[in-house]
Design a protein around this ligand. Structure first.
Ligand code: MSP
Length: 644
């Protein structure tokens, strides 16, 4: 079909971490759209992949004692596997370390350089290493802390190549004036526009301080900045610049999906780069919301990172996909809770959808020997109403899917499913069966099978496995994913078919059992450090500068006007000294007095609430800061002994 092409992308994910529910969310949403568009007759190109360059990856590799290439090769597997488990139908998976990508990045750099859109300059600013971003003086405050992650910034000056983004301020504004749906939801459109109106600055697009990246053509002291490199992936997938037909076919249709954290790159930097290349900016950038977990930001140190592999093991792929798409409006923030997921499995899936299928199959088995009735007989008023509602639902579903209103589309389908369950209660087919009233029973069971067929088709982009099972159990050959929605007609299913009842789609989850199992799982989970919580590498010489010794606690007293502090007198064997320590909420004086502990002896003295502290004791603390264990020695040793 000419012109029915569709290109959809996810961000390419950083590989310094394992994939979590946030990555799964974006990719599932893109997959739902890709599957839906295929059912609308579109030729779909669907790309996802991994962003493998940059300082963060290099640092993560250093910490693990691997080369960056080894690290990315090992982590990328997690992403590939997850997409397979989640039944993602991407047509390409791009890694920025692939030669096909480096070639395109270097080509684009050279071309923009030749046409005067890139120039060499120098960059001075406050740089956040973990975020790999420079911040202007106006954003960093007196503490010189990163406005995004709150960590200390470094003042750096670097020779750098710049992309002349300022040149594209006006063309971008013109573009967005004419294309008001280019950024969705519209609230984000306004946000981006006011940012552009505030004035665009040229972008630094190279680094001399980083080695893990694509070398800059003609000046190999530089590597290309990770974001300039990463954005270009979307063109690499299209075969730019050589495959002009593919670029011509798909590029004008591109839809980028991501969370709101990275829309400025996608709605400003990237479109400006595309304008400079003479290409159209993305047709749509859809920015969805941010998931928190049980009310908290997800992080390793909180130990609350939701592992999609675990969720699919526990609840099944389709239930997980359905929950993510149904629970929050696409575009708004949401909170993930397993309890809510279980709630939806029990109500929407087991109760509504599962029951509709089971009741229908059971009655067909009981009363027509497993053969799906043809629909001939005495029509009832309600049959026509259900038919009209089904067709209307297909229409509203499509209108909502077209604008990424996934939750709304599902709501419509569930209104129909619930109505069909009510229709069973109203028409009482079991009574018709017992009375032998096949004239009425036929149309009723036929109507129910049609609702099942339509709802399976509509839910297929969300729950491909379940939709197929519904087809299978109601005797329809093939996969609903291969249907064309345009061809979906009431009464259009294979004439003679038989049902075959199999396992229920979604067994009900017993809440009491679930609660017990969840508590056991939670107890077994440990919190780990976030990638940014690690300190930079130190040498053995650095470590030796810290003088650690064994000391005995002589006396412990609360520091006046403080809830947390103790004044602790210590015996180091060769001398006595006083330290102040904030462990009052964890230990009583009796628990401390007499114990042998480890102390840093050469720490610069500090006065805390008027008491001078000459050192610091060592203790391990849990990530949530709620408990603590003192470091001590495991056998008797002379006081003052050095700890290495
Ligand atoms: N590598 C860049 C993107 C380059 S695209 C040219 C990057 N990677 S990332 O691994 O940090 O992924 C960010 C994206 O992951 C978000 O935009 C979003 O799509 C998804 N999410 C990560 N955490 C998320 C939540 N907590 N909630 C929702 N989506 C989340 O940025």
């Amino acid at each position: 079909m000419p012109g029915k092409n569709f290109y959809i992308t996810t961000p390419i994910y950083y590989v310094n971490d394992v994939p979590h529910i946030g990555h799964a969310y974006t990719t599932i949403a893109a997959d739902v759209m890709a599957r839906y568009k295929r059912m609308c007759g579109f030729d779909v190109m669907f790309a996802t992949g991994t962003d493998e360059h940059g300082q963060k990856i290099q640092q993560a590799a250093d910490r693990k004692g691997m080369t960056a290439q080894e690290l990315v090769d090992s982590v990328v597997v997690n992403f590939r596997n997850l997409w397979e488990v989640l039944r993602i139908t991407n047509t390409d998976f791009i890694r920025t370390t692939e030669p096909r990508h480096a070639r395109v990045v270097q080509y684009i750099f050279q071309r923009l350089m030749d046409q005067g859109d890139i120039y060499k300059g120098s960059y001075e600013g406050w740089y956040c290493v973990p975020c790999e971003t420079y911040f202007p003086e106006s954003q960093v405050g007196d503490g010189k802390l990163c406005p995004d992650c709150g960590r200390p910034l470094q003042n750096m000056t670097e020779e750098s190549y710049f992309f002349r983004m300022s040149r594209y301020e006006k063309p971008l504004l013109d573009h967005y004036e004419k294309n008001r749906d280019a950024i969705l939801p519209h609230s984000r459109y306004n946000e981006v526009l006011s940012f552009i109106k505030g004035g665009l600055r040229d972008q630094s697009i190279s680094r001399t301080s980083v080695t893990w990246g694509i070398p800059l053509p003609g000046d190999e002291r530089h590597v290309i900045y990770v974001w300039f490199d990463a954005l270009i992936n979307y063109l690499t997938v299209c075969g730019y610049p050589e495959k002009e037909d593919l670029v011509g076919k798909f590029w004008p249709t591109v839809n980028h999906i991501m969370a709101k954290d990275i829309i400025r790159f996608h709605c400003i930097v990237w479109p400006a780069m595309l304008l400079a290349l003479g290409l159209n900016p993305p047709a749509t950038v859809f920015s969805h919301g941010w998931w928190t977990v049980e009310g908290d930001k997800m992080s390793k140190s909180r130990g609350n990172v939701v592992d999609p592999f675990e969720m699919t093991d526990l609840y099944g792929v389709d239930a997980f996909r359905y929950f993510l798409m149904r629970e929050i409006p696409f575009g708004l923030d949401g909170d993930f809770s397993e309890r809510a997921l279980v709630g939806r499995v029990n109500s929407d899936l087991a109760n509504d959808q599962g029951n509709l299928l089971n009741r229908t199959l059971q009655m067909i088995e009981n009363f027509t020997g497993g053969a799906v009735p043809s629909g001939q007989g005495t029509p009832g008023e309600l049959d026509g109403m259900i038919r009209d509602m089904t067709l209307a639902t297909l229409g509203s579903y499509r209108a909502k899917m077209d604008v990424y209103a996934f939750d709304e589309a599902l709501k419509d389908v569930w209104t129909l499913i619930k109505r069909a369950n009510k229709y069973i209660d109203e028409t009482m087919p079991w009574k018709l069966g017992k009375e032998g009233n096949l004239e009425r029973l036929g149309p009723v069971l036929f109507t129910l099978c049609e609702v099942l067929r339509f709802t399976a088709a509509m839910t297929s982009p969300f729950m491909p496995g379940t939709a197929r099972k519904i087809f299978d159990q109601t005797g329809i050959p093939g996969d609903p994913a291969e249907l064309l929605l345009d061809e979906l007609e009431w009464g259009g299913a294979t004439a003679e078919r038989r049902v075959s009842k199999k396992d229920v789609l979604f067994p009900r989850i017993d809440l009491k059992v679930w609660e017990k199992q969840k508590a056991e799982r939670d107890a077994g989970k440990t919190a780990g450090p976030d990638p940014g919580d690690h300190e930079p590498e130190v040498t053995i010489e650095d470590f030796r500068k810290i003088e650690l010794r064994v000391a005995q606690v002589l006396k412990v007293e609360p520091v006046p006007k403080s809830d947390k502090l103790y004044r602790i007198d210590l015996d180091l064997g060769y001398e006595r000294r006083t330290i102040v320590s904030g462990i009052r909420e964890f230990r009583s004086p009796e628990e401390l007095e007499g114990r042998k502990i480890i102390v840093i002896c050469n720490l610069k003295p500090a006065s805390l609430r008027g008491v001078v502290s000459n050192g610091m004791l060592l203790a391990a603390e849990t990530a949530d800061g709620k408990s603590l264990a003192l470091l001590t020695v495991d056998s008797d040793i002379a006081l003052g002994s050095r700890v290495h």
